[in-house]
Design a protein around this ligand. Structure first.
Ligand code: PEP
Ligand code: MN
Length: 346
């Protein structure tokens, strides 16, 4: 819908607008109001160049689009019946719990195996473990390829599918060679369109799921969904959307918790929402409350950093990983909220 600055377009302006629209196979319908006219774009209004060309006209105030800019992730789109499953859970039917270390310590594989067994026992469905880590400082441990073997061994021991973050082609190829069940795209790479395209294409037509974290700098929800659209457009629609907090605006919390965008994401997209309460709040004592809040907002599951001995962990574990015993009771509460939500919906 085109809204001009003046109450109506002059005949010359309307002719110019019609000419541009025609280049994109669209027509213009004039909606005559008592005080001002508005102009409907009839046809596919999602092309960015069409909107840019029209918005560039000095006599146009703004354009309001009715269609979502993303076609594949749109709740009303063709993929709306996409069923995603992992670890014996069908997303949406019961809550999915991803748990494990922030970072696998390559020098202490035993710790990871202990955690893996404990999170399974606590009720988790997917085992997470950071092999390569995006660090704010280049001097801190960046991870080593060898830690991937520890993750793969933990999968063999527990039978749990595995999730790990990749940041480049080398890591992606190794993760796929190891048959990673879920690839994580971290908050720092959430807007790395080259990587998004590559991951979408290399996991196309496979059972590999993608956990797409929300960029910490990301404000508009549409921008988040557009990143998911990159993955789907390149061949893999098996995407889990993961709010994990945005740039910190609160003292003490590591990020600004954003689990409250869950209903908004669900209104716009069919994709399941898996909230990461660990990075959102960044402190052990606040994680359970954030996790429960996420479920109350309608999340389909959680990704929670969990460690058998948080103080022995590397990466984020000492400050934000919960213990498996906490995970166990949290999962019970999460399941209750999920059941209540479903009853509420029915
Ligand atoms: C992580 O999951 O350990 C991580 C680094 O996540 P994020 O990209 O959300 O910071
Ligand atoms: Mn972490």
């Amino acid at each position: 819908m085109i809204i001009p600055k003046a109450p109506k377009l002059t005949p010359e302006q309307l002719a110019e607008v019609r000419k541009i629209a025609a280049e994109f196979d669209c027509e213009i319908g004039v909606v005559v109001g008592a005080n001002r006219n508005i102009y409907a774009i009839l046809g596919d209004e999602r092309r960015e160049l069409l909107l840019n060309r029209l918005e560039g006209l000095l006599y146009i105030d703004r354009i309001d689009t009715v269609d979502a800019p993303f076609k594949l992730m749109d709740r009303r789109g063709a993929l709306s019946r996409n069923v995603i499953q992992i670890g014996g859970v069908q997303l949406g039917k019961s809550p999915l719990i991803i748990a494990g270390h922030c970072t696998i310590d390559p020098k202490e594989p035993g710790l990871f195996y202990e955690t893996a067994a404990a999170v399974k026992e606590a009720g988790a469905h997917v085992l997470r473990g950071g092999v390569w880590k995006p660090r704010a400082m280049p001097f801190t441990c960046q991870g080593v390829d060898g830690a991937l073997n520890i993750l793969v061994e933990a999968r063999a021991r527990t039978g749990l599918p595995i999730n790990l973050e990749v940041m480049d082609s080398h890591q992606l190829d190794l993760a796929l060679k190891a048959k990673a069940d879920m690839i994580q795209i971290g908050t720092r790479n959430a807007l790395n369109y080259t990587l998004l395209k590559e991951i979408g294409a290399k996991t196309a037509h496979t059972s590999t799921l993608i956990l797409l974290k929300r960029g910490r700098h990301m404000a508009p929800v549409n921008e988040f969904l557009a990143c998911a659209e990159y993955l789907a457009a390149n061949g893999n629609p098996n995407i889990l959307l993961c709010p994990r907090g945005t740039l910190p605006t609160l003292d003490t919390y590591r990020n600004h918790p954003d689990e409250s965008i869950t209903p908004l994401l669900k209104e716009k997209s069919w994709a399941p929402v898996i909230v990461d309460p660990s990075h959102s709040v960044g402190h052990i004592e606040y994680v359970p409350a954030c996790a429960l809040a996420a479920m109350a907002y309608g999340a389909d599951g959680l990704c929670i950093e969990t460690h058998i001995h948080p103080q022995k962990g590397i990466g984020d574990d000492p400050r934000q990983a919960i213990r498996p015993s906490t995970l166990r009771s949290l999962i019970q509460e999460v399941e209750q909220i999920h059941k209540f939500q479903n009853r509420f919906k029915a």
